[in-house]
Design a protein around this ligand. Structure first.
Ligand SMILES: [Zn+2]
Length: 219
């Protein structure tokens, strides 16, 4: 009987994916360790677009992000989204156009395998947190979270060659209303090709400013 109870505890107790000792989502010291002293500049291979990531995709960041992306830890994704909000420089101010948060969609096969789209959960967390921030400073400018991109081909970035990755996913624009300010969220940036195609699509469809943020960038 006591053995059965112990098993139940093991199955249902989630641990911090960073240190694997503290119960719950990403613990405070692992958050600090992940973010480090400075943000990571995402330099894209071509084009004028740049962005910011929380960390380099080194061992520690990889452990945390893979747990969140592939290990079903949607609680960790939500917390990582809040950390992303910290590196977004300026929330919208009164008089500005409200920002739209969107994400680079996972491939259909990736979504099916995981049961969720990590980018979508990150974007929702960023949107929710930005709205909290606006409420705190008394700005009545709701941030919306919208799917603006869809994949044409449906091929996964994982497992593709660097050349194929540089070509990026075949993204198409889903937006209907013009977007003034886009906050683009992604999990891991490898070559920046996905972000680059998403940003150029958004700019072509009228986006005036784009903040591109990611959890981690490959060195
Ligand atoms: Zn921890």
């Amino acid at each position: 009987m006591s053995e059965a109870i112990a098993t139940v505890v093991v199955v249902f107790t989630k641990q911090c994916p960073g240190c694997r000792t503290v119960r719950g989502s990403l613990c405070q010291s692992c958050r600090i360790r992940l973010v480090g002293d400075s943000q990571v500049f995402i330099g894209f291979d071509a084009g004028p677009v740049s962005g910011t990531a929380l960390a380099y995709y080194d061992d520690f960041a990889q452990r945390v992000i893979l747990a969140a992306k592939n290990g079903g830890r949607t609680d960790v994704l939500r917390d990582l989204g809040i950390l992303l909000t910290d590196i977004l420089f300026t929330p919208s101010r009164s008089g500005e156009h409200p920002a739209v948060v969107s994400w680079i969609p996972a491939s259909r096969s990736g979504r099916r395998a995981r049961g969720y789209d990590p980018g979508r959960l990150l974007a929702r967390s960023v949107g929710r947190e930005l709205n909290h921030m606006h409420l705190e400073v008394g700005v009545d400018l709701p941030v919306k979270v919208r799917p603006l991109f869809t994949r044409g081909g449906g091929c996964r970035q994982t497992g593709r060659s660097r050349r194929q990755r540089l070509d990026g996913p075949d993204l198409r624009w889903l937006g209907s209303d013009p977007i003034a300010r886009l906050i683009l969220v992604d999990d891991v940036v490898t070559t920046g090709s996905s972000m680059r195609s998403a940003v150029s699509l958004a700019v072509r469809h009228g986006a005036v400013s784009v903040d591109a943020v990611a959890l981690a960038s490959v060195r």
